[in-house]
Design a protein around this ligand. Structure first.
Ligand code: GLU
Length: 289
């Protein structure tokens, strides 16, 4: 029997709130119920927003929730070489291209086209730099022009050949469950590495889940759509395919999703207010362990 390996992967860009507690407990419960393993990963590729005090608070909060996790914890900022290697593999396949567009230029293109198609992250990149000639690309790279790297999705799909799918054991954003057919067009030519960060969320998460042996990816259903492109990356990079279990998001009294800036629901604040971990579980509708 395959051991279930789950992970909780917070970004240390603020204090954890009840929504994070739910995500962490959901992942840990699924692992421990089946005698599996629970991992924690620190997603700190955004060096401008990640702060050591938030990371320290994550461990304090998780311990207070009664969780245990394996050491060492994987910290993405210590593994940029792994993402660079994956990016190099995609470049070698010929399905990654440098994108020199500035945010302003992309926004101007969106503004100029009334019917710009939208994806889960907003308007879809029109593919401007995909059309650059090889000579122009090389000249701009040699000149040191700042650039991101994007996946040429159409090329990647041809390369992969087969129709892809994934197994959703929880609930997708619209209650999707079971075997889901992949829609590779959802995000357009998404970013693999940013101008200011050597890896995008999509690339790092796929590489890390594979390197850490995660068999069941759990997370909020706001990230459900991302699986469609994660499957494409897994296939291109020949990585093992985990199962997925997305969960509901925790909302505030007005029905809005909790945000890191809402101080009132941070675990730090609740703890200072006398809450116990049992009360957190109860408030989140989770059975006690
Ligand atoms: N780092 C992401 C977040 O804090 C979670 C990513 C994932 O679980 O795949 O929302």
């Amino acid at each position: 029997m395959v051991t279930t390996v789950t992970r909780f992967a917070p970004s240390p860009t603020g204090y954890l709130h009840l929504g994070h507690a739910f995500a962490a407990l959901y992942a840990a419960d699924l692992a421990f119920e089946s005698g599996g393993r629970f991992l924690v990963r620190i997603e700190d590729t955004d060096r401008t927003r990640a702060r050591p005090e938030y990371e320290a608070a994550i461990f304090e909060d998780l311990g207070w929730l009664g969780l245990t996790w394996e050491a060492p914890v994987r910290r993405q900022s210590e593994h940029f070489g792994d993402y660079a290697k994956a990016l190099d593999a995609l470049k070698a396949l010929g399905c990654a291209y440098p994108c020199f567009c500035t945010r302003k230029e992309i926004e101007a293109e969106f503004a100029a086209s009334v019917n710009a198609p939208h994806g889960p992250d907003g308007p879809i990149y029109p593919g401007t730099c995909r059309a650059l000639s090889k000579a122009e690309r090389e000249q701009r790279l040699a000149h040191g022009d700042k650039h991101a790297w994007r996946l040429d999705v159409a090329k990647a799909v041809v390369m992969v050949g087969a129709r892809l799918s994934f197994e959703e054991l929880g609930n997708g954003a619209n209650g999707e469950r079971g075997t889901i057919a992949v829609n590779t067009d959802l995000f357009g030519d998404f970013v693999l590495a940013r101008k200011d960060a050597p890896s995008s969320y999509h690339l790092a998460v796929v590489v890390d889940d594979a390197l850490q042996g995660v068999t069941l990816v759990t997370r909020g259903n706001d990230l459900f759509a991302a699986v469609h492109v994660h499957r494409l990356l897994q296939e291109l990079l020949k990585l093992p395919v985990p199962a997925y279990s997305h969960h509901r998001l925790i909302l505030d009294a007005s029905g809005k999703r909790l945000a890191k800036r809402d101080q009132a629901t941070t675990l730090k604040h609740l703890r200072a207010d006398g809450w116990t971990s049992a009360r957190v579980r109860e408030a989140l509708g989770l059975t006690s362990r």
